[in-house]
Design a protein around this ligand. Structure first.
Ligand code: F6P
Length: 356
């Protein structure tokens, strides 16, 4: 009889590094500690569907996963057992069914690899059904308050930075204003870091509604200095001053900004929307290392009987916080964040005067 038999699932949007976490849990938990680890497919749905969709994970079945994008377990945004789609446009609560399935599978508890939504579900499963849950944070947006970084973020920044490097040369060749739209509905971390890394002249963040005149002024100023092209990074949730915050699926932020510029200046604009290219493909080394650290730490916490925690990174060290105390408010870019001042010092325009 194995000492522990646990489930593991991935929930919400994917992020490069999910497979690296699964690999680390299995290599450490199964390979070294001789536990049983059961993969649950497509978030919690694998336990709610009939027949159930679970898979015994072994070091052999997890070979070659470190650099592989996506998730071998599959994932979905439609997997909330407390609000499960009933197929008729409504929802029903299937959390008790899920709790029964977990018991029936002989699972002591579940590692939930997911963003704020999945962690919230995990916390409710613990509080309302007594199911032991161990959280591992994930999102390319890097907007979870409990951890300095989530894996997937630096992979997204890498893709966005490479895109900026490519746009840079063609912008310069054609004397154009190039706008790159990146992910980030409410938090502009990808736009900020990629913008600084890729030498963007203007960065539009969801947290800082922009004054279009300031961006137009930046283009004019560059032209006076003989720079006929300008590079923008626009987070998908960016908006002009006075506009409402966009909804769950923002569209066209960069296009809107480009049109506003064209109505003020003699300018040729081109928009590139990076979309899910930021989420696909291999994790960069930082994300592989972080995902591996998170996976091993999750196993160690369970070994110590410390279910109910969320693994995180604070000050470069692995730590954890109780899931029950988790703030689900996204960690936004603070206009006082030192990187904004740094960016400003090298000439980046954010479309608004920055405090401090
Ligand atoms: O939350 C991560 C994220 O990548 C957001 O930045 C983006 O708005 C969203 O997911 C896109 O989600 P979907 O894959 O459902 O289109």
């Amino acid at each position: 009889m194995a000492k522990h038999r646990i489930g593991i699932m991935t929930g919400g949007g994917d992020a490069p590094g999910l497979n690296a976490v699964i690999r680390a849990v299995v290599k450490h938990g199964v390979g070294r500690l001789h536990w049983q680890v059961v993969g649950i497919e497509d978030s919690f749905n694998g336990l709610l569907d009939e027949p159930r969709r679970t898979v015994d994970l072994t070091p052999l079945s997890c070979r070659g996963l470190l650099h592989r994008g996506g998730t071998i377990l599959g994932t979905t945004n439609q997997g909330d057992p407390f609000q499960y789609p009933d197929g008729e446009g409504g929802f029903r609560d299937r959390s008790a069914e899920l709790a029964a399935a977990i018991q029936d599978e002989g699972l002591e508890g579940i590692i939930v690899i997911g963003g704020d939504g999945s962690q919230q579900i995990g916390a409710r499963l613990m509080a309302e059904h007594g199911i032991p849950v161990l959280g591992v944070p994930k999102t390319i947006d890097n907007d979870l308050a409990a951890t300095d970084f989530t894996f997937g973020f630096w992979s997204a920044v890498e893709v966005a930075t490479e895109a900026l490097d490519r746009l840079h040369t063609t912008a310069e060749a054609h004397d154009r204003v190039m706008l790159l739209e990146v992910m980030g509905r409410t938090a502009g971390w990808i736009a900020l870091y990629a913008g600084v890394a890729g030498g963007a002249d203007c960065i539009a963040l969801p947290e800082i509604p922009y004054d279009i005149e300031r961006f137009a002024g930046k283009i004019r100023e560059r032209r006076r200095r003989g720079r006929q092209f300008t590079l923008f990074v626009v987070a998908e949730g960016a908006r002009p001053i006075g506009a409402d915050a966009p909804g769950h699926r923002p569209r066209g932020a960069a296009e809107q900004l480009a049109e506003a510029l064209a109505s003020r200046l003699e300018v040729e604009t081109r928009v590139t929307v990076l979309g899910h290219l930021q989420r696909g493909g291999s994790p960069v080394p930082f994300d592989r290392v972080l995902a591996t650290r998170f996976g091993v730490a999750a196993v160690n916490l369970i070994e110590q009987g410390r279910w109910g925690e969320l693994v995180c990174l604070t000050g470069g060290e692995i730590s954890s916080v109780p899931l029950s105390t988790l703030s689900m408010a996204p960690r936004l870019v603070d206009p006082q964040h030192p990187l904004l001042a740094t960016a400003r010092s090298v000439g980046v325009e954010f479309g608004a005067p920055l405090e401090g």
